[in-house]
Design a binder for this molecule. Structure first.
Ligand code: GUN
Length: 291
């Protein structure tokens, strides 16, 4: 079994970005600037946004956080987004999801300038992604592809099961892996909450990409020998032996599946760190496109 070390690979990517920033500085080019819009006080969202800002500091990017109370009205938030759209100092920005229920996510994401949409969630960029046209790829699928490529895993003609059809992970990664690209050419199946016989689908798969957020759902007896698991799940479960009283686990039961897999991404330290690295890579791209 080989553990795909997302933490280590993400540091390689961040170091490459940092070198590009130094190169830009030497050539009097603009320093990339990423902004994050955070609405409300959702704990995990605050943690994710803080990690994104910390990563910006690490590579020498500028960063800004626009924080709004959960009572902000949809049209007020749209106003704020339009201001960021025309702020020439900001190259790319994200609206951290989820948004409060009172705000329509689709209306908000449609307002983000496609040129600054480093999450790749605007319909124009999402459409380009689906068509295989160069654009900002959503960060988590981009991170998965980067891991697969840097570990020299060839998905050509492999049976690849994506569990979950979210806009952020399941849907885009299923589209990308079926494309006729160097990282793609897989035979992709998408399973979701209405799918029957998930165990059978898992057993038939060479590669499982799981993004359902059910802690330790995939057990050793559900997978075939020599398979690969890319675990996108991040769940907190009680753990009295830890100081915090909880631990972070993925969708796969690491202990039982590790006896059968060839490759696996751990949680934490697998896909998670790659997501942030790819967001920064998109921001560098947004900035370079303005040179
Ligand atoms: N919430 C969970 N994942 C993401 C992501 O990739 N981007 C944004 N903006 N919000 C998220």
């Amino acid at each position: 079994m080989k553990i795909i070390d997302g933490k280590k690979i993400s540091i390689e990517v961040l170091d490459e970005i940092k070198a590009s920033v130094s190169h830009r500085v030497e050539n009097n080019l603009k320093i990339p600037h990423l902004a994050a819009v955070l609405v409300g006080d959702d704990g995990p969202s605050q943690t994710y946004v803080n990690s994104k800002i910390k990563a910006c500091n690490r590579v020498g990017f500028q960063s800004s956080l626009f924080k709004f109370d959960k009572s902000i009205l949809e049209n007020e938030l749209i106003n704020e987004i339009q201001k960021i759209n025309i702020n020439n100092n900001i190259d790319g920005f994200i609206v951290q999801l989820p948004l409060p229920n009172e705000i329509n996510q689709e209306n908000i994401l449609n307002e983000v300038s496609p040129y600054k949409d480093v999450d790749g969630f605007h319909p124009i960029n999402y459409g380009k992604m689906a068509l295989g046209i160069d654009t900002f790829l959503p960060a988590t699928p981009a991170g998965i592809i980067e891991l697969i490529q840097r570990c020299n895993i060839d998905l050509k003609s492999k049976k690849c099961l994506v569990i979950g059809r979210s806009q952020i992970v399941g849907r885009p990664i299923s589209i990308l892996l079926s494309q006729n690209k160097i990282f793609g050419n897989a035979t992709v199946t998408v399973a979701h909450s209405k799918s029957d016989n998930l165990k059978q689908l898992c057993l038939e798969s060479d590669v499982i990409i799981s993004a359902i957020g059910i802690p330790e759902f995939i057990k050793g007896d559900m997978i075939k020998l020599g398979s690969t698991i890319i675990d996108v799940g991040i769940s907190r479960v009680d753990d009295n032996s830890s100081e915090k009283g909880y631990k972070i686990v993925g969708d796969a039961d690491f202990k039982s599946v590790s006896e059968k897999v060839d490759y696996i991404t751990p949680v934490p330290g697998g896909v998670g760190p790659m997501t942030i690295a790819m967001l920064l890579k998109n921001t560098l791209k947004a900035c370079s496109l303005n040179d």
